[in-house]
Design a protein around this ligand. Structure first.
Ligand SMILES: Nc1nc2c(ncn2[C@@H]2O[C@H](COP(=O)(O)OP(=O)(O)O)[C@@H](O)[C@H]2O)c(=O)[nH]1
Ligand SMILES: [Mg+2]
Length: 320
């Protein structure tokens, strides 16, 4: 049996076995997991967190593989957390890639993990955020998070990143879907991958037009990078832009971003813990069932009940 102290110690040393164990603990939402994350928390905040999002099939996983290789060449350590059940990091279609993935999997400076989709999306989002913290605390220079830019939870996950890279591919008709999912607004760097295909320049122009129509932008003007991930082309340029964005953030806005992230996290923790405790209490006392019945009979409605519960609790909190 490993105890929490051992886990923490192992993670802080960057030991892959302990990192893996800790993330498994988090994934399974075991009782020790929260304590572990709390103890690791003071050691976080050093990594550059890079979110990679975009429609399925645009080449995110392939691109990340190449980014990891290049970062290693530059002497940087890297952690990857992928929330993409459609294309997990098992090597993709190419045998060559699979061999490369195996090489990466024995490199102590790299840790790659695909998150399992057990439980709700909200639970997955939380587990992913915690896994990023573990990798940050383990001393990785860069932590990459891959999510499919499809739903709100995925967008929420990627928002924890300092730098968000949106990966699109030409001719997939994905662009419109991507805009719908709201990922165009959050991108700091745009990638048109599969530059070996037709219509690359049109895709780039479409993105640039869209970006120019968005006046709400900060001083940072999101660059658009062309890559061919399968050939490893454009990777260095992409890393340069990612690093440029890091430097831009460190010039002033990074504290604002960190503040926002921490605020969101706190609000979510309060919702989960406080609301959760109230609901559990109501369930235990059998009150929840009665309230449901009343709502079914149209005697009241969910929001009025919530207001009533809140008023009661606030009254109880006030010193008499
Ligand atoms: N032609 C071409 N195919 C690519 C390129 N990058 C990735 N692919 C292929 O696109 C498919 C989806 O890639 P994947 O990395 O799994 O995409 P993800 O779903 O965004 O993670 C795979 O078959 C890749 O081999 C590229 O630059 N050019
Ligand atoms: Mg993928």
């Amino acid at each position: 049996m490993t105890n929490i102290e051992q886990l923490i110690d192992g993670v802080l040393k960057g030991d892959r076995r302990f990192i893996a164990k800790t993330i498994t603990l988090i994934e399974n939402d075991l009782p020790e997991s929260q304590k572990t994350v709390s103890l690791l928390y003071p050691h976080t905040g050093k990594a550059h967190i890079v979110g990679i999002t975009g429609p399925p099939g645009s080449g995110k996983s392939t691109l990340i593989q190449k980014l990891v290789e290049e970062l290693r060449r530059q002497g940087k350590t890297v952690g990857v957390v992928a929330v993409d059940p459609s294309s997990p990091f098992t090597g993709g279609a190419f045998l060559g890639d699979r061999v490369r993935m195996q090489e990466l999997s024995t490199d102590e400076g790299v840790f790659i993990r695909s998150m399992a989709t057990r439980g709700s999306l909200g639970a997955l989002a939380k587990a992913t955020k915690d896994a990023v913290k573990v990798l940050d605390a383990s001393g990785k220079d860069v932590v990459v998070v891959e999510t499919v830019g499809a739903g709100q939870s995925e967008v929420e996950i990627v928002k924890l990143a300092h730098t968000i890279v949106v990966v699109l591919a030409p001719g997939l008709g994905d662009d419109i879907q991507a805009i719908k999912a709201g990922i165009m607004e959050i991108g700091d760097v745009f990638v048109v991958n599969k530059a070996d295909r037709e219509n690359v320049n049109k895709a780039i122009m479409d993105i640039e037009t869209m970006l120019s129509m968005n006046p709400e932008r900060e001083k940072w003007k999101p660059p658009v990078v062309k890559t061919t991930a399968i050939m490893g082309e454009g990777i260095i340029e992409l890393l340069d832009k990612i690093d440029l964005h890091r430097k831009y953030l460190e010039g002033g806005t990074i504290d604002t971003r960190r503040r926002q992230t921490v605020e969101t996290e706190l609000v979510e923790a309060i919702k989960e813990k406080v609301a959760g405790a109230i609901v559990d209490d109501l369930k235990k006392k059998g009150i929840l069932d009665k309230l449901v019945q009343k709502i079914l009979e149209k005697e009241t409605d969910p929001y009025s009940v919530a207001d009533m519960l809140l008023a009661k609790r606030l009254k109880r909190l006030k010193p008499s």
